[in-house]
Design a protein around this ligand. Structure first.
Ligand SMILES: Cc1cc2nc3c(=O)[nH]c(=O)nc-3n(C[C@H](O)[C@H](O)[C@H](O)COP(=O)(O)O)c2cc1C
Length: 200
C-alpha cells in the first residue's frame, strides 16, 4: 500500500483509452465500502461518462480542462439528509451524534465523511493503473462561485435539498508516463512523538 501511495500522483492529461465498466465499478465499490461516523454513509456518487455532462462540470470547475478531457468523472455528493434518515434518536449527546449539532457542524461532518471514500476510490483506481485528480475548485454552496452553473448542474444531475456537490474525481489513463515528484513537508515537520516538536 505504501508503495502505491508513494507512486500515486495527480494526473491532468489523459489518453484516449477508455476505462472498462468493470474497473469503474470496482472504484465505486471501494468508495461505497468506506467507513463513516456511526455508519451513516452520508454520500452519493454519480458516475459521469457523457461529454455533455463533463463539459458542464468543467465549467463548474472554473474551466479546468482535465475535467472535460477525463475519460470518466465521479461526482461526490455530501448528503446532509443522511443524518436524519439514519434516525439515531437514542444518542442524545451532540458530540456523539452529529444530527444534533449546529447547521455548521452538520455541514462540516458531512463534508468530512467524504474524505474517506474519495481516498479509497483514488487508491483503488491507482491500483488498477488508472490515474486521477481530485477537483475541489468548483462552484457549490461553500465556495459561492459559479452559482448559475451550479444550479444547472444540480438540476441535471438530480441533486436535491441538502445535497452538496463537494468534489469531482477525474479518471483516465495517463497520456504520457511521467515521474512522480512528491513535494511534501519533511516527516519531522508534520509528525511528532507525544508533543509537537518532539521527534519520533
Ligand atoms: C481537496 C483537494 C482539492 C483539490 N482540487 C484540485 C483542483 O481543483 N484542481 C486540480 O488540478 N487539482 C486539485 N487537487 C490536487 C492537488 O493539487 C494535488 O493533490 C497536490 O498538488 C499534490 O500533488 P499530487 O496529488 O500529485 O501528489 C486537489 C486536491 C485535494 C486533496
Amino acid at each position: 500500500m505504501l508503495d502505491l501511495i508513494k507512486s500515486r500522483k495527480s494526473v491532468r492529461k489523459y489518453s484516449e483509452k477508455h476505462i472498462s465498466d468493470e474497473d469503474l465499478r470496482k472504484i465505486l465499490e471501494a468508495g461505497r465500502l468506506a467507513p463513516s461516523w456511526m455508519n451513516v454513509q452520508s454520500w452519493k456518487f454519480i458516475l459521469v461518462k457523457s461529454q455533455e455532462n463533463k463539459d458542464l462540470l468543467s465549467k463548474l470547475s472554473i474551466g479546468q480542462a482535465h475535467v472535460k478531457n477525463a475519460d470518466a468523472l465521479i461526482v461526490c455528493v455530501a448528503d446532509e439528509n443522511a443524518w436524519e434518515e439514519a434516525k439515531i434518536t437514542h444518542i442524545k449527546n451532540p458530540a456523539l451524534n452529529p444530527a444534533l449539532q449546529s447547521e455548521n457542524g452538520i455541514l462540516i461532518r458531512t463534508m468530512e465523511q467524504l474524505i474517506y471514500p474519495i481516498s479509497y476510490m483514488m487508491l483503488e483506481a491507482e491500483s488498477l493503473g488508472i490515474s486521477s485528480c481530485i477537483i475541489g475548485a468548483l462552484g457549490n454552496e461553500i465556495t459561492g462561485i459559479e452559482q448559475e452553473t451550479y444550479r444547472e448542474v444540480k438540476s441535471k444531475l438530480g441533486l436535491g435539498e441538502k445535497q452538496i456537490l463537494s468534489t469531482i474525481i477525474t479518471l483516465g489513463y495517463e497520456a504520457e508516463k511521467s515521474e512522480t515528484n512528491k513535494i511534501r513537508k519533511e516527516f519531522d515537520s508534520v509528525v511528532s512523538l507525544e508533543k509537537i516538536g518532539n521527534k519520533f
